[in-house]
Design a protein around this ligand. Structure first.
Ligand code: HEC
Length: 197
């Protein structure tokens, strides 16, 4: 009896292990997922506060510096404070540094597809453990939908203020970050950190 029971158990246990190792995605540890979510909620909200203030006091062409200097600076500060690598990227990037890597690109394409299928862009996220360079990383992404105020600098080129057009053309000769309407996904906020089990 015992022999039979053991015989039946072993292949079951083995197939469970095989299935787990064959799975294409692994969920990050809960604590790290919670942390990534909290940071991804805070960073864009802080940027939005600074951006709104600057737009009111200086107008869109004056506020371009906020996005050019402040946004990367805020991401760098948040990285230094939290230990996560934090950055923004877009399928149609303005800054050449905003080109997505393969995981980011696949994520942004998935976000667009989900939105087209009816999902609310503001809730879109992806979290995964990914092997890279012999290490395991937690990768987290949150969609950044275009809000009405964003189109002052990311809307159709012919609808941008003349000062904004001139400044963007001078700063970003290869700008692809225009032509967006409110609601469309402008890009993503991406976080990355070694897995801590
Ligand atoms: C005052 C003009 C301005 C406004 C308003 C603005 N942006 Fe930007 N945005 C920029 C500039 C300039 C850059 C390039 C920043 C850089 O050089 O790193 C940029 C870059 C980005 C990027 C990084 C990827 C890329 O294309 O280089 C994202 C994502 C982004 N903006 C999203 C938004 C969203 C979402 C809003 C509204 C909440 C917004 N922006 C509002 C000017 C603006």
């Amino acid at each position: 009896m015992n022999g039979i029971a053991r015989w039946h158990k072993a292949p079951l246990a083995l197939s469970a292990v095989l299935l787990a190792s064959c799975a294409t995605t692994t969920a990050p540890p809960r604590a790290q997922l919670d942390e990534a979510r909290a940071i991804a909620a805070r960073v864009p909200a802080n940027l939005l506060t600074v951006l709104s203030t600057e737009l009111q006091s200086k107008g869109p062409s004056g506020a371009i510096e906020v996005c050019q200097v402040k946004a990367p600076e805020m991401a760098r500060n948040a990285s230094a404070q939290t230990g996560w690598q934090i950055r923004r990227a877009s399928l149609r990037n303005r800054n050449p540094k905003g080109v997505p890597d393969a995981w980011e690109r696949a994520t942004l394409e998935e976000f667009d597809a989900k939105q087209a299928a009816g999902a609310d862009a503001a809730t879109l996220e992806r979290a995964e453990v990914v092997n890279d360079g012999g290490m395991q990383w937690v990768r987290y992404a949150k969609a950044l939908p275009t809000q009405p105020l964003c189109v002052q600098c990311h809307g159709p080129v012919d609808q941008l203020g003349p000062g904004v057009q001139a400044k963007l053309a001078a700063l970003y000769p290869d700008d692809r970050g225009t032509g967006y309407a409110p609601g469309q996904i402008r890009g993503g906020l991406f976080l990355k950190r070694p897995v801590q089990r």
